[in-house]
Design a protein around this ligand. Structure first.
Ligand code: NI
Ligand code: MN
Length: 262
């Protein structure tokens, strides 16, 4: 084949590929479902659920999904596993969690699992999910026994052409959040602020400094009386600490476009 023809074939291929990418692309969006639960719709239109306790006291009524493409669960506590096992079965969506928690999910009939552990990544639903450290505990309660559920995790979600998200899970503040920031450079960080079981606002503001995300979104507050931290306090602490991060308070059930969070 003459070289000129080859060049044309390659050029047409590139144009078609670019066109198909754009045709499929949409504006990624995030919906807080209360507590630590989020629905993230990717640029490719895939739906990712994170810690889907969709019956939490702050969740919108009758949460439903057209489709679910992957479910991420940070650790074994019931306020994070929530309805994950039922949702994974209903939508045949792969469940991403610690190895031990995927074994527990398997005992509950979840067949499609993607186990990982800290610094491990998995490519799923067009994104790369990486597990990162969280300073917390992780047991799965069944009746009056607690089953070991592996290490508690945070998740980094990366998609080509879109912002990188960091869901910190339940965690205290730790200086290696700076390594998470340097390694993955998340533009948006979802941070627990309720206190008692996680960071409170003063610590979440220090965490924001380590992570260096442009936008920080408070979560894991106000669900129970014990979770006393508020977005107003978090905002005050960010200002006191001269943070460069913008805090954005989400309303449960209200979808926001990622570009409007930047
Ligand atoms: Ni927890
Ligand atoms: Mn929790």
């Amino acid at each position: 084949m003459p070289n000129k023809n080859r060049i044309w074939i390659v050029l047409c291929g590139i144009v078609l590929l670019a066109a198909s990418r754009n045709a499929a692309a949409q504006e990624p969006a995030l919906t807080w479902l209360g507590h630590a639960a989020f629905e993230y719709t990717t640029r490719a239109g895939k739906v990712i659920l994170i810690d889907p306790w969709i019956t939490n006291p702050k969740a919108p009524k009758n949460v439903s999904f057209k489709h679910v493409d992957v479910i991420l669960v940070t650790h074994g506590h019931s306020d994070h596993v929530g309805e994950a096992f039922d949702l994974a079965k209903k939508y045949n969506a792969p469940l991403v969690a610690s190895y031990e928690l995927t074994l527990i999910a398997g005992k509950h009939g979840v067949k499609n699992v993607l186990p990982l552990n800290q610094s491990g990544s998995v490519d799923v639903a067009g994104v790369t999910v990486t597990a990162v450290e969280a300073v917390h505990s992780s047991g799965y309660s069944e009746g009056d026994t607690v089953i070991y559920a592996g290490a508690p995790l945070g998740f980094i979600i990366q998609e080509y052409g879109s912002a990188t998200l960091y869901h910190a899970g339940d965690t205290g503040v730790f200086e290696d959040m700076g390594i998470i920031g340097r390694l993955y450079q998340p533009q948006i960080a979802l941070l627990p602020i309720g206190g008692t079981f996680t960071m409170k606002p003063s610590e979440a503001a220090v965490a924001a400094g380590f992570i260096m995300a442009k936008t920080v979104i408070p979560m894991h507050y106000g669900t129970f009386p014990a979770l006393t931290g508020t977005p107003a306090e978090f905002q005050k602490e960010l200002i006191l600490k001269h943070s460069l991060a913008h805090m954005r308070e989400l309303k449960p059930g209200v979808e926001v476009k990622i570009k409007d969070l930047m």
